[in-house]
Ligand binder design. Structure first.
Ligand SMILES: Cc1cc2nc3c(=O)[nH]c(=O)nc-3n(C[C@H](O)[C@H](O)[C@H](O)COP(=O)(O)OP(=O)(O)OC[C@H]3O[C@@H](n4cnc5c(N)ncnc54)[C@H](O)[C@@H]3O)c2cc1C
Length: 276
């Protein structure tokens, strides 16, 4: 019979891996979690759900949006908002959540081993090889009866949009904006009118910057129910015409020719504008 180091190895510590690991501990299993980043929590905690909602809340707070029903639509909150004003809150909220996660895992310390900064690959159906990312000469091998792969996803790369993390950011690296720039950009283009694009687009638009949201076809929040997506895209165009006079242009063919027709249902792009 094969000797196993653990009952279960979990690769990835996002909401999927973290929950699976805790559930396995609850059921009495001996568990190892391998996470390539130094912090646990995955996209949700480090670059997705929590930071993006905190960023939005920080902007709404600093711009006094919730005070507008009382002080009037012209109320704009803090003058000269710096990137650090926004990101300090993001950092603090994320740090607290990381600490809370650590406390929760502490409950299972006798059943769970956590390997941070280890990039795992499968050697066989029961064995994992993992490199220490900060020192690739260092690695470990371990075996388990079951292996759960909860490695998540990452922003899609397309050569048409070369993310350089200086001018062009993806949804992960946008949180390094504060390190790369001294001040808020005067204009922002968000590519992709899905939930993430629409959310960041709306949040940055509240800062009063010129904001364009571009989508390769005319869909907006495609996987939302139709009334929600229609209502949301309508809000963008309505805001544009009422607050700045800028017109939402739709149906222009600005997307490079080679993108058109490749998996895209419509040959035109959608472009929505909004300033706050
Ligand atoms: C900007 C943004 C906003 C979002 N907002 C919401 C929201 O409001 N509500 C919502 O429900 N969802 C939201 N999401 C989606 C949500 O973050 C994901 O659905 C969720 O994180 C998926 O969880 P997961 O555990 O499957 O993967 P992830 O959270 O991606 O975790 C995977 C983990 O695996 C690790 N990993 C990958 N490969 C390896 C390897 N080889 N070895 C070791 N570790 C590895 C990664 O470092 C990562 O920590 C948002 C996402 C983004 C990007």
């Amino acid at each position: 019979m094969q000797a196993f180091d653990y009952d279960i190895i979990v690769i990835g510590s996002g909401p999927a891996g973290y929950t699976a690991a805790i559930q396995a501990c609850e059921m009495g299993a001996r568990v190892a979690v391998l996470e390539r980043q130094e912090n646990l929590g995955g996209t949700t905690l480090l670059s997705g759900t929590i930071p993006s909602k905190t960023l939005r809340e920080a902007i709404i707070y600093l711009r006094g949006v919730r005070q507008r029903p009382f002080y009037g639509a012209g109320f704009t909150g803090k003058k000269d908002i710096a990137l650090s004003d926004i990101f300090v809150r993001v950092r603090k909220v994320v740090e607290r959540r990381i600490a809370a996660m650590g406390d929760q895992l502490q409950v299972y310390h006798d059943r769970i081993d956590i390997f941070r900064g280890y990039r795992a690959t499968l050697d066989s159906p029961n064995s994992v090889h993992a490199w220490v990312l900060r020192n690739p000469m260092e690695s470990i091998n371990m075996k388990a009866e079951k292996i759960i792969i909860a490695a998540g996803s990452r922003p899609r790369f397309t050569p048409d949009i070369p993310v350089d993390n200086e001018v062009i950011f993806d949804s992960d690296s946008v949180f390094t904006l504060e390190l790369k720039r001294k001040s808020l950009p005067e204009s922002i283009i968000v590519v992709g009118a899905g939930v993430i694009g629409a959310e960041y687009g709306s949040a940055f638009a509240v800062l009063g910057r010129k904001m364009s949201l571009i989508q390769r076809d005319q869909s907006f929040l495609t996987f939302a129910e139709r009334p929600s997506s229609t209502c949301s895209s309508g809000a963008w165009r309505t805001t544009a015409s009422s607050s700045s006079g800028a017109t939402g242009t739709r149906g222009s063919s600005a997307w490079p020719d080679r993108r058109r027709g490749r998996g895209s249902r419509s040959p035109t792009v959608g472009c929505w504008r909004r300033t706050r």
